[in-house]
Design a protein around this ligand. Structure first.
Ligand SMILES: Cc1cc2nc3c(=O)[nH]c(=O)nc-3n(C[C@H](O)[C@H](O)[C@H](O)COP(=O)(O)O)c2cc1C
Length: 265
């Protein structure tokens, strides 16, 4: 992805707007210096561009509209007007509601989730913050029934039971990361990936539940062989996993939060 920061300070009319665009973006020489032409450039060349506009004033109102249309039209084109990213922010927005409403799901319908749903969840995981921005974790989504049966057996063994620790979910998403001796924040990184994925799952109508014991499972020879089969680099450790699927039961309400959970000092 190519990233551009375009400073629109001092832009007060169409001429100064197109001066700023032409000076700060790789526009073709035949660029027509009007918004229709700018739309054509964005939709033709913008795939893989991320443009951040800074200091956009009222003279950029038309530009905003053109950029929104072009970004909708063009896959891989991302345009942000700085300081306007959370224009819709209220104290009761969809993200805050989802954070309160997500619950662990422990009964799943057998049918598989849609590919676009799985990809949305996995992509949400990849956008979790990571220490130093290293993106240390690795995510493996398992839908192969044979491998799922193997994971069920391995996890049950680590837990000392014979039940299905993944509650019959048709998809299991495993998260791996470097050992803490190598990357001290790897467990935090992996946990945030799992958290993002559970929230994303809830937001698109899927059920999920963090299922533990991946560290023990993947310390075994069988676990290491499986990691090799997944094509992961050597030396990773299991951080955790999520069961993922359509909930077979309604979500339970959240337990009351403990009274002194947070304090402001
Ligand atoms: C680190 C961690 C490990 C967990 N391990 C399991 C697990 O192995 N099996 C399970 O059913 N739930 C597991 N959970 C889910 C918790 O039990 C659940 O989040 C908690 O009871 C609160 O419920 P809620 O997620 O519905 O708010 C785990 C959660 C976390 C954060």
């Amino acid at each position: 992805m190519q990233a551009f920061i375009v400073d629109l300070a001092g832009v007060h009319d169409a001429e100064s707007l197109h001066d700023a665009l032409a000076a700060q973006l790789p526009l073709p020489t035949h660029y027509g210096r009007n918004l229709d032409a700018f739309y054509d450039v964005l939709t033709e060349f913008g795939c893989g561009w991320r443009i951040v506009f800074r200091n956009a004033g009222p003279a950029a109102d038309g530009l905003r509209e053109v950029c929104r249309d072009a970004a909708e039209e063009t896959e891989g084109l991302e345009i942000v007007f700085e300081n306007e990213q959370r224009k819709d922010a209220t104290m009761d927005n969809e993200v805050l509601k989802a954070l309160r409403a997500r619950r662990s799901v422990r009964a799943y319908r057998p049918e598989q989730i849609k590919e676009e749903e799985l990809k949305a969840v996995l992509e949400a995981g990849t956008y979790a913050p990571t220490g130093m921005g290293w993106q240390d974790p690795w995510i493996v989504a398992v839908q192969d029934p044979e491998i799922i049966a193997q994971l069920v057996r391995m996890n049950a063994k680590a837990m000392g039971t014979t039940g299905n620790p993944y509650y019959g979910a048709p998809t299991i998403v495993l998260v791996f990361a470097s050992p803490v001796e190598k990357v001290p924040f790897s467990v935090c990184d992996g946990s945030l990936v799992l958290g993002n994925m559970m929230l994303a799952a809830y937001s698109i109508g899927l059920g999920s539940c963090w299922i533990h014991r991946e560290r023990e499972m993947f310390e075994t020879d069988e676990g290491k062989a499986l990691m090799k089969k997944f094509g992961l680099p050597d030396g990773l450790v299991g951080i955790g996993s999520i069961a993922l699927g359509y909930a077979a039961v309604p979500l339970a309400p959240a337990k009351p939060r403990k009274a002194d959970y947070y304090r402001i000092v």
